[in-house]
Ligand binder design. Structure first.
Ligand code: ACO
Length: 317
């Protein structure tokens, strides 16, 4: 059986950066409040032409460039997003076109809010380890700025836009070692983003932040234990934690549960905010290009989001 191995990564961030000071000028908020409660100083906000599909294509092109394959070698495209600019053609079909892939390979979007990238990586892994395909392009791309009520200070300061991509390839080498996914219907309506077509009056992201915060810290601690058990590894084996970037305090709490110093945690939230399904592949690409993460090291990725959905994965890079 072949393993699913990270072959190349890429990412894209919109040109425009919006600082907390920019938000102070428009909202009853402060740089101090946002930074101390969330760890965010600024976030990238997409311009009109930087749609979710545009960003996905840019990140995908870079991931393919960084890999040892050509675009036409890709057998499957998955785009994790909760902010597609079209429901169909899917974002994945847009990427297929942009990469000029001539074969009619399967391509589809994955909807699991902030956990979408972990879900898509798990699907890709199943396709590879079953021997069905050799190369999968997995992308997380989000335009969170288009899903926000910019007069709601409790949500609009938290999110940002961007995309990250990974080429996963079948290999004899070690790759994804274990993966665990979960979902449980959000009875309490802690996190929601209604469809504009059916609920135009409230088609923005809504969140009961404090409750989500507590749930995230507890659930992430459990899922991390579960995924490590699955691959018979210890917390001390982890070289890098690459968490979903929702809040620096959630990230610190998970690092503490893992007994990991923050120097072994990839943190991008300060200048990116929460980019939902794009946050992990953005952080992964950034840390690989900065040569912080090196081949052979053990990575733990984990995420938590609307649905509720959550998951974690252990990867030998
Ligand atoms: N500026 C100033 N004050 C604010 C702001 C703001 N931007 N937003 C809220 N406040 C106020 C509130 O009104 C409240 O005031 P009150 O005490 O007078 O009522 C006070 O600050 C405290 O509000 P809390 O919500 O209790 O603040 P908390 O410390 O919980 O921080 C936050 C809020 C940052 C949202 C935090 O709860 C959090 O990060 N939650 C988790 C978010 C998350 O993980 N999301 C995951 C997935 S997202 C997805 O799936 C799409």
């Amino acid at each position: 059986m072949k393993n699913a191995v990270i072959n190349g990564t890429g990412s894209y961030l919109p040109e425009r950066s919006v600082t907390n000071q920019d938000l102070e000028a428009k909202l009853d908020t402060s740089h101090e409040w946002i930074l101390t409660r969330t760890g965010i100083s600024s976030r990238h906000v997409a311009s009109e032409h930087e749609t979710t599909s545009f960003m996905a294509c840019k990140a995908a092109e870079k991931a393919v460039e960084a890999s040892d394959i050509e675009a036409n070698d890709i057998d499957l495209i998955l785009v994790a997003t909760c902010t597609p600019n079209h429901f169909f053609p899917s974002m994945a079909c847009h990427v297929q076109k942009a990469l000029k892939i001539s074969k009619p390979i399967p391509a589809f979007d994955v909807s699991a809010a902030c956990s979408g990238f972990v879900y898509a990586m798990d699907i890709a892994r199943q396709y590879i380890t079953s021997g069905t395909v050799k190369h999968v392009l997995v992308i997380g791309s989000e335009s969170m700025s288009r899903a926000l009520d910019w007069s709601d200070r409790s949500t609009c300061v938290l999110f940002g836009d961007g995309a990250g991509a990974v080429v996963l390839s079948a290999s004899e080498k070690s790759g994804i070692l274990a993966s665990t996914l979960h979902a449980l219907h959000d009875e309490e309506a802690l996190l929601s983003y209604p469809n504009y077509a059916t609920e135009p009056h409230k088609a923005f992201i809504g969140m009961r932040g404090n409750e989500v915060f507590k749930l995230a810290v507890n659930i992430m601690g459990d899922v991390v234990d579960e995924v490590l058990q699955d691959c018979h590894l210890q917390k001390s084996d982890i070289n890098w934690l690459i968490p979903h970037q929702a809040n620096i305090r959630i990230i610190q709490a998970i690092a503490k549960k893992l007994n990991l110093p923050m120097s072994q945690v990839i943190v991008t939230i300060e200048n990116q905010g929460n980019t939902s399904a794009a946050s992990i592949p953005l952080a992964l690409d950034y840390s690989i290009r900065e040569q912080r993460i090196k081949r052979g090291e053990l990575l733990l990725i984990e995420s938590f989001g609307g649905g509720m959905t959550w998951g974690a994965m252990v990867i030998r890079y």
